[in-house]
Write a protein that binds this ligand. Structure first.
Ligand code: DGJ
Length: 724
């Protein structure tokens, strides 16, 4: 890993693991992108430069040379108003109302220690280049940050915007990066979705024009994910080039891919500029979220493995990332709101001896919470429901050698709550206008410090006064009525980003303030599954759909960017509560075991046979857990296009692996499946106990193995592969 600046050709060489990222400062002081891809020597590669379109070219201000048109040069940052007609990286308005900017290079620093972003999560480690740019004719100053890492093929980027003058500037757009690609021969993959259908890969050609993937929901959302992929046309799971761009951000975002008129492509994005305006007073700065850009020439699978390693090594809380996860029994789908201490104790008793080690008490234990119309915000125990108090079930759980987890929804408030009666203004909304409901609740105004202090104190009090080992942090609706009574009128369009900063502040104070507690994230399932949340929550409830068959798709899509260790997955009852589908218990377990596993059904109704099955499943999971949490993922079959869902996870030293094969529908005359394994060491010999196979990695990967299935829908097997 190194960052080199060649004074002679004014070129920066960022040499990361297996890649080179090269750009130069051109004749007009513009940072011009030259290469990001497989590693090359630190030599002059400016011969790659094309001169683009000849039609109606404008030139940089005062430079009458069309060859230097910004529009025809691959950008490191694109700015509006002076010869660039592509998606600008930012847009700034001066006090007199002009929106022009013409940046030039004024210097750079190379830092051994990567600076953290104020108030926002980012990757740790990494050597960092900061390139300083300044408007030739105005006060705007821009710093481009690039960080490279020893151990992962990733470059991370962000931008800091600064008002270097004495007047006020307004940023109408302030993205985190622009990345150039030579040519348009690429595909773009985005991840649209919905509640219970999160992160569905959608692949299409790089357009002539703009593809935009965004959220205007004040959360990263289930409807898109802050991740976009650009691949070579021929890229598959195993072959071709893939670039994965992931934004460490939890509020409204946008990511855009544009095939430009000059035959090149760019990707840009960051904080969504829809309904955004940030005022920069004299000397003020705006720091933007970090974008993590993974490169692989080993296909989409290689890109995913790179991102997984990056998040595990440089982002997720080190206290938990490689620890065995709690194996939970969650009472939500078992009881919904209908429980008391007696029922909860019975659940704990019913899992004794199975290896399940944590009870998570879900929604309904607080305030006057009869159903979802009541009591959000009242984070104290409902003693009418939990007679004798919550310590009855906590102590019972601990006495059985299990840990105790509790559900909160810290960002929310119901109209029917003590908190709302005392502080109606804590809810986001415009005074005098009725607010929108969603799940009968409102969002708290986390842009206000007094509101944040109140939430932090209530939750920390519960965590101080009771022996709680685990918290499930839920978030069941998106913000509407964006307005804060605590913010000046001219700054109301800062709301979405200020919400993110407020959220990170309460996460810091609650999560990092209680280091002994394990925190799981949740947002009506996977409705806020993003890298910034993973910085705080080592795992996230992947989706409210717990049906094994639907989960194959959701977990497949989620694995494109996030490691299996981050996916909280539960075995639930049949008929499934969301799809009414009946799948075998073994398949529900096998699919859940491809993540941080758990159970969510009424275990008091277990037969002896069920209990024995769960015991065996948990034993098997404990045997493979380290592979699932830390290994390399190989997606062999895509459940969106195949009747099969097949995945392998291989330990880092390639001595052990798991293979999960799931078949949706049973063909009437049966079928035999040939599977070529991936990721093994070709020179090692492996044993697959269940099939009685002992063979070389070379044979298992090149010849493959046959699997026969019985005549039953939704069948699956988990094979454990060990070095012989
Ligand atoms: C949505 C979550 O995703 C569920 O698991 C459950 O916690 C409910 N909220 C409770 O309201």
């Amino acid at each position: 890993m190194s960052i080199i600046f060649n004074e002679q050709n004014k070129t920066f060489y960022l040499n990361g693991k297996g890649y080179s990222y090269i750009f130069r400062i051109n004749a007009v002081g513009y940072p011009e992108h030259l290469h990001f891809g497989a590693a090359v020597p630190c030599e002059d590669v400016s011969f790659v430069r094309s001169f683009g379109s000849r039609s109606q070219i404008a030139t940089p201000a005062g430079v009458d040379n069309p060859n230097l048109s910004y529009n025809n040069t691959l950008p490191e940052i694109a700015f509006f108003g002076t010869s660039d007609y592509r998606e600008p990286t930012f847009l700034v308005e001066s006090e007199r109302g002009d929106r022009l900017c013409d940046l030039e290079y004024v210097g750079h620093d190379i830092l051994n220690e990567k600076p953290r972003i104020n108030g926002m999560p980012s990757l740790d480690g990494g050597e960092t280049l900061v390139v300083h740019l300044k408007d030739k004719f105005g006060d705007m100053q821009v710093d481009l940050y690039y960080s490279v890492y020893d151990d992962v093929s990733v470059i991370s980027r962000r931008i800091v915007y600064k008002n270097g003058g004495n007047t006020t500037l307004k940023l109408h757009r302030a993205y985190s990066f622009t990345l150039g690609f030579g040519g348009v021969d690429y595909d773009v993959v985005t991840f649209p979705g919905n509640w219970m259908a999160e992160r569905t890969p959608e692949r299409r050609p790089m357009p002539h024009g703009v593809i935009s993937s965004d959220s205007k929901r004040y959360s990263s959302s289930a409807t898109q994910n802050p991740f976009i992929m650009v691949t070579s046309k021929d890229a598959t799971e195993q072959f071709g080039e893939a670039y994965g761009i992931s934004l460490i951000y939890s509020s409204s975002f946008v990511l855009k891919a544009e095939g430009t008129s000059n035959g090149d492509s760019i990707v840009t994005g960051g904080i969504n500029d829809f309904d955004f305006c940030w005022t920069l007073g004299a000397g003020e700065i705006l720091e933007t979220p970090e974008a993590v850009i993974a490169y692989s020439n080993e296909g989409i699978g290689g890109m995913s493995r790179t991102l997984h390693d990056t998040f595990r090594e440089h982002l997720i809380n080190k206290r938990f990332v490689k620890q065995p996860r709690p194996i939970v029994i969650n009472n939500w789908e078992a009881t919904y709101f209908n429980f008391d201490n007696e029922k909860l104790c019975a659940i704990v008793d019913s899992v004794e001896g199975t290896g399940i080690d944590t009870l998570v008490l879900d929604d309904g234990w607080f305030g006057e919470r009869k159903n979802d119309r009541f009591a959000l915000g009242d984070w104290y125990v409902n003693e009418q429901k939990l007679v004798g108090g919550i310590d009855v079930i906590i102590e019972h759980t601990h006495a059985k050698g299990m840990k105790f987890g509790l559900w909160f929804e810290p960002e929310m408030i119901n109209e029917d709550s003590d908190l709302y009666r005392a502080h109606p203004d804590y809810a986001i909304g415009v005074p005098g206008r009725p607010r929108s409901y969603s799940r009968h609740q409102y969002c708290l105004d986390l842009t206000r410090k007094d509101v944040r202090d109140c939430v932090v104190e209530m939750i920390n009090k519960m965590l101080r006064e009771h022996k709680i080992d685990y918290v499930k942090w839920d978030y069941n609706r998106n913000v509407t009525d964006a307005f804060s009574v605590g913010t000046d009128p001219e700054r109301q369009s800062e709301f979405a980003h200020r919400y993110a900063l407020g959220l990170y502040d309460i996460c810091e104070r609650i999560i990092n303030g209680n280091p002994h507690v394990f925190f799981e994230g949740c947002a009506g399932g996977g409705g806020r599954y993003d890298p910034a949340m993973l910085y705080y929550f080592p795992q996230i409830w992947t989706s409210d759909c717990s049906d094994a068959d639907t989960r194959t798709k959701i977990q497949y899509g989620t694995s494109m960017m996030y490691p299996l260790s981050t996916m909280s997955c539960h075995v639930s009852a049949v008929p499934n509560h969301q799809t009414h589908r009946v799948t075998p218990m073994s398949s529900r377990a096998n699919i859940a075991h491809l993540g941080a596993t758990g159970y969510e059904l009424d275990t008091t109704k277990f037969t002896d046979e069920d209990k024995a099955a769960v015991k065996a499943q948990v034993e098997e999971y404990k045997q493979i857990q380290d592979i699932v949490l830390e290994g390399d993922l190989y997606r062999i079959e895509n459940p969106y296009v195949s009747n099969y869902f097949t995945e392998m996870v291989v330990s880092k030293d390639k001595s052990r692996a798991i293979l999960c094969v799931y078949r949706r529908e049973a063909p009437a005359n049966g079928d035999t499946k040939r599977i070529r394994l991936q990721g093994l060491d070709k020179d090692k010999t492996y044993r697959i106990e269940k099939l009685g196979i002992v063979a070389s990695g070379a044979s298992l990967m090149n010849v493959g193995m046959g699997v026969n299935y019985r005549l039953e829908d939704y069948t699956s097997d988990m094979y454990i592969i060990t070095e012989a």
